[in-house]
Design a protein around this ligand. Structure first.
Ligand SMILES: [Zn+2]
Length: 274
């Protein structure tokens, strides 16, 4: 599933090629992904120049001056750039064609499971129901130990699912929650409201470091967004705990344990995380 780093790498990969170009056409090959595609709204954005591409949580916002196209990659979506016509494959549901015929560039959305979204938000986007309840961005300065301590005060719920609640903090998915808690030495089952300010400071630093490292790792594959043969441009990393149930901890050698929290698998080292 694309997580915050993959979405940010995607943004950095596509923005330089597209910003400043005029959207020549929007081709939708299905009626809907997770929500209906904006077939009828096309006259509002086709023909307009793309001003910028922003990211909020795992949403991309393509700013056309009079409104935004909101893109979410869902469970299995990916975006790539094509500089020449290339037949759409089975799961290539959307083409946004930028520029003139002799100099066009196509942003193609592939989404096999169709949990992704593409919506037209006229005017200011931030009041939209999908955006207005989003929590803090973890890579901003506002996200620090004091903020986290205030936010978690009195909470008896376990820290790991709390970190993954996008109404509090956006973009910390299962992989990055598990990895950050390992790196901070915090048991994923610990009561969120009882963790000391010092330990939260370590956790905040490790969350930022984990996400930043993942974005940097994606940096080397930016070229995959151009002339791609279908590979997504995402990347595999070496994890400390995620997906390593039963394998030896990279720090202490004891086996990594797995448990369920909510509906999600949690991976941790009972020796290194207290
Ligand atoms: Zn360990």
């Amino acid at each position: 599933m694309p997580e915050l780093p993959e979405v940010e790498v995607t943004r950095c990969g596509i923005a330089p090629a597209l910003v400043g170009r005029r959207l020549a056409s929007a081709d939708f090959r299905v009626p809907a992904l997770r929500y209906p595609l904006p077939h009828a709204e096309r006259p509002a954005f086709v023909g307009r120049q793309l001003q910028s591409i922003q990211r909020r949580g795992k949403y991309l916002l393509l700013d056309f001056g009079n409104g935004h196209l909101l893109v979410h990659l869902g469970m299995s979506g990916s975006l790539r750039l094509l500089t020449a016509d290339m037949a759409a494959q089975k799961h290539d549901h959307v083409d946004l064609v930028f520029g003139a015929d002799h100099d066009k560039i196509i942003l193609r959305l592939r989404d096999p499971r169709r949990f992704g979204a593409l919506l037209w938000l006229p005017g200011e986007p931030w009041a939209h129901p999908l955006l207005k309840t989003l929590g803090i961005e973890p890579l901003t300065e506002d996200f620090d130990a004091e903020w986290l301590k205030r936010t978690l005060a009195g909470l008896k719920a376990a820290i790991k699912p709390t970190l993954m609640d996008s109404h509090r903090i956006v973009g910390i998915g299962n992989i990055y929650a598990s990895e950050s808690l390992f790196r901070a030495g915090i048991d994923p089952r610990a009561a969120a409201g009882k963790i000391s300010l010092n330990r939260l400071a370590r956790l905040v630093a490790e969350i930022k470091a984990t996400l930043t490292a993942a974005i940097a790792a994606g940096g080397s594959s930016l070229r995959d967004f151009i002339h791609s043969d279908g590979s997504s441009g995402y990347f595999q990393q070496q994890y400390f705990v995620y997906g390593r149930s039963g394998e030896p901890c990279r720090r202490c050698g004891k086996p990594i344990r797995e448990l369920r929290q909510g509906q999600r698998a949690t991976f941790f080292c009972a020796h290194c995380q207290r």
